[in-house]
Each structure stands twice: as C-alpha cells, then as structure tokens.
Design a protein around this ligand. Structure first.
Ligand code: CP
Length: 328
C-alpha cells in the first residue's frame, strides 16, 4: 500500500527494548516536551511501524485499547490518520468529528466532554480552535491527551511527522537549509516545526507576506537556541540553495477581516517553473490541505514529497499511540 520509496534504516540509535516506556500515560501537548534523543526514539519506532505495516498491514499491539478522536475543527489527515493508526495497531476508535451532533451543541464544557470520553477510552486525541485548550483539557483528564492542533498554538504530531519526513527523505537534519513559505503567523504547523528544528544545526529562511510573519516569541526562541534565521518576502531570494521547502496555506479561518485575507491570498504559488529553478535534490513539503499554493502540475515531480509526508504521518501516529499506551 505504500507510495514511499524503499529505504534502508536511517542511522537511528538503538534502545533497550526491556526498558519501560517513559511516554506511557503521558500527554503530548507541545513539541517542547521532546529532546533530540526522544525524537530519535519516536522516529525509530515509526520506521519499525512502517516496516510492520508493509509486511503485515495490521497487528495486535494495542488490542483491547480504545482511542477517542474529538475534533472541534475540521480535519481530514489528522483525524483519519489517528483512526487508521489505532485500527492498524489492533485497537478501536470512537470518533466525534462533528461536535455539533454531540452534547457540545447543548453547551457541554470541554472538561466535561473530555472526562466523559476518557470514561470509555484509553486515550483522547483533541483538536480545538482555542490556543491552550488542549492543555486545559489534559489538566482535567486522567488518561493521556494528544494535541491534534489548538488554534494558532501548536500541532505537535504534525511537526513530528514533518521532521520524520525530512529524516527519511534527506537522511539527516543537521546542515540543511530549510525554507518556510506562506502564512507563518497563523500556521501552527510551522510554529511547531520551527521549534523542533531549533534543536538541530539548520539555517531557517522564513518567507511570508508582510502581515503574516513568524510570531516574535518564536523568533526569539529560535535565535536563543542559536538558529540562523533570516526573513524574506520573495522566495527567489532563497530558492536556489533550499534543501527543504515547506509551503503552507494562508489560514483563512483565522482572519477577522475578509479583505485582509484577500490581500494575501495566493501570495506564493509553486509551479513547474518554480521547480525548474529549485535544486534537483530539494524536497517540497506541505502539511495540507493545499488551496492553490502548489499547482497540481508539480505533483509528478519526484521532489514533491507531500503525499509521502501524509503517509509518514500514519507511522508517526502509530508510534505515538503505542508509546503513550505503553506498548512501544
Ligand atoms: N495537516 C493537517 O492537520 O491536516 P488536517 O487539517 O486535514 O488534519
């Protein structure tokens, strides 16, 4: 079923399989929880998950366990990949992907909803439009809660799968020139990924419209971590030596003023012509959904890694679910 190229195991360190999982019972709320050693562990488990899925499809690592998927905002990839991850691990899923058909529509609070779901499930995956809301829910919950995106805050599992994509496709992260393009103000995936990349020796180029820059708080964190960061408005300034180009959607739903959104919609569109000026070994990533940032004519370019990135997400989420349930 895989669209991924067969790869040898990258140089992930080995771990003592008899040791207790330090992630058992833990919430996953922010990328700030992860050290480089933790990341190597997640990626090794994710790589093994990929091998197992390719060999046997589904297996019984989490048989008898139940995951509750609770989404207060739309999702295709995060919601369905967590569901697929749990199914492939042999567990079951309760899905509330449309909260207006749940008791949320009657005014039920987030803490009450989460405490209800954890009465039935072993793990809650939560997406919510308010920054900090997933951390709040986790305070009330006794079972692990995974942040599937909290407003303009973080999307840690997306950042983990993004970094896993880079490791699997480029072999290593240190030494890379990474260019982030588009809505860096509201795009929570770039906030989380930038924080993860700050643990590596990368040069980060931030290309955004004037009104959508990376938040100052994150820029400060990056610079304090010693990352070389430069800001640009034109992709042409950095395209020629970019190793990883990470394009993002302008987050229409975060704008109060529709005219402001219209003023930046379509600021950057990657076409075959753009790719003709990019390095031959560059990879092009996008968290999806895309709404015009990458022309479909680019999809057949081997450097277009975004559909492979989506598949890597399944394996990372299988790893995370197994880890917090104490099965990895
Ligand atoms: N990348 C991502 O979070 O996609 P969804 O909104 O479809 O989950």
């Amino acid at each position: 079923m895989s669209s991924l190229p067969p790869t040898a195991l990258p140089a992930y360190p080995t771990f003592d399989a008899r040791a207790a999982s330090p992630w058992q019972g833990q919430d996953i709320l922010s990328v700030k929880q992860f050290s480089r050693e933790d990341l190597a562990y997640v990626f090794r488990v994710a790589h093994e998950m990929r091998n197992l899925v390719l060999r046997i499809g589904s297996f019984d690592l989490c048989r008898g366990k139940i995951l509750a998927n609770l989404f207060y905002e739309p999702s295709t990839r995060t919601s369905s990949s967590f569901a697929a991850a749990m199914e492939r691990l042999g567990g079951s899923v309760i899905s509330i992907n449309e909260v207006r058909y749940s008791s949320v529509a009657k005014g039920e609070s987030l803490p009450d909803t989460v405490r209800t779901l954890e009465s039935y499930a072993d793990l809650v995956v939560l997406r919510h439009p308010q920054q900090g809301s997933v951390a709040l829910a986790a305070k009330y919950a006794r079972k692990p809660v995974i942040n599937a995106g909290d407003g303009v805050g973080e999307h840690p599992t997306q950042a983990l799968l993004d970094l896993f994509t880079i490791v699997e496709e480029k072999g290593e992260v240190d030494g890379l020139n990474v260019t982030m393009l588009g809505d860096l103000r509201f795009g929570r995936t770039v906030h989380s990924l930038a924080r993860l990349l700050s643990m590596y020796d990368v040069r980060l180029r931030l290309v955004a419209p004037k009104i959508l820059p990376m938040p100052a708080e994150i820029l400060d964190e990056l610079r304090e971590a010693g990352v070389t960061v430069t800001e640009h408005h034109s992709l042409d300034e950095v395209l020629g030596d970019t190793d990883v180009l990470y394009a993002t959607r302008v987050q229409k739903e975060r704008f109060d003023d529709p005219a402001e959104y219209e003023s930046v919609r379509g600021s950057y569109v990657i076409t075959p012509e753009t790719m003709s000026r990019a390095p031959q070994d560059m990879i092009l990533m996008h968290p999806f959904p895309r709404v015009g940032e990458i022309a479909m004519e680019v999809d057949d370019d081997p450097r277009a890694a975004y559909f492979r990135q989506i598949e890597y997400g399944l394996y990372v989420r299988m790893a995370l679910v197994a880890m917090v349930l104490g099965r990895a």
